[in-house]
Design a protein around this ligand. Sequence first.
Ligand code: SF4
Length: 470
Amino acid sequence: MSFHCFHVLRQRLVLRSMRAWPAFTSPTPVFPPAPSRALTSLRRPRPRVPTCSATPSHRGARGLATRRSVVPDGTVHPLKADVSPGAGAEPCATVPVDDAGRVLLKNMTLLELERWVEHDMGHKKFRARQLWRWLYKSDKLVATFEEMTDLSKDFREMLKDTARIDAIVVDKVHESEDGTKKVTFRLDAGGVIETVLIPTEGRTTVCVSSQWGCALNCQFCFTGRTGFRRSLTQGEIVDQVVQAKRFFEQGDMGRVCNVVFMGEGEPAHNIDNVLRAIDVMLDTKGLDFSHNKITVSTSGLIPEIKRLAQESKANLAVSLHATNNELRSWLMPINRKYPVEELMQTLRDVFPRQAARQQKVFFQYVMLKGVNDSLVDAKELLRLTAGVPCKVNLIHFNSHEGTEFEASDEGTMLAFQDFLVKKGMTVTIRKSRGDDKMMACGQLGKLGPRQAPRMKVPGKFEHLVKARAA
Ligand code: SF4
């Protein structure tokens, strides 16, 4: 084997082991140092439990070797369910279970489910594939084991005693004037997350949350204000899509065709579970989404952008919102860790993404009156993005209680767009949806007793903030 081959093989093995059964606890928040410490002290990452040692041939697409027992609040504990390995099976210490010891089916990939059904439940592998179809096929998406009519009665009884279908429970449905719906879902160990369904011309886009709250404290975002509570599990992410399809696809909403990771949380901050959830959404035997109908939006965590580009075919969108470090570090504190030039260089390296056939990165740029909406900013945006194949999406700022920002007026947005279009860029203006009921971009979440602190305002913007506060 040549050195090159050896190197590639070694890298692949390292990657696989990194992605093996994901961290259900949140990664240590990367930024902002002071606020994130305060926020994450609400729930610290738990220590990892020992893993079983399956051989590579037993691993699923994202690895089975390090399966751990988790409860839905993201904590980890030893296996509670009484599952014994089948004959000839390699013992695996744990499977994902909830607080009551029920196996969380939606926290598994198909390969993991097959292994569990065959080795732990003592049934044939094809039963797992049947089960998978009942969980994820558009015409099925069932909520009870009784509905799984092609499974034998004894297998259904076993499943009823041992496992659980839904990872989250619908709490309330809110509807906006423009037809947008916000569904709040209850999490097992308390807490509520929000998912938004946006109907457009007979189709629906589901905007999913990847975390409960968010640690990144972007100053214009209400979710950032709520602070970070915890990362969602794979099942809790996937179930937002499953239940959106189950409850709304038949009604007035139209077929769920697109999934965007633009709800609560920073997806890159929960990268393992997000990657696994995407794998489930793409599986042709189940939800069967096309990879270009799934978009992951990130505020710019460089290592995770690289991982997403390498390990997933989903579209990548990057929240830019400012064109220089001074402004961006105020609006988006993550910029202090990953400055905007480094971010741009990473995107130049990554795009166009051959494997995903994504030619351009989608930049999102929220327009804040007097802050980032001048033609000087437009010019800077042009300079900064030179060499990055991209499309720019200008976003109307959706106001919320306590914010120091105001939305740019329509004329300013059009002039900004016009300037860039004349220079050859592709620029669209995204219409706000559901802003009358706090379900638009940057409006999700609920304030708790603790809130993320405000960042220091750069001198040249102090007058704006003061004028707004007066
Ligand atoms: S914009 Fe996104 S990353 Fe920033 S605080 Fe809001 S949810 Fe978090």
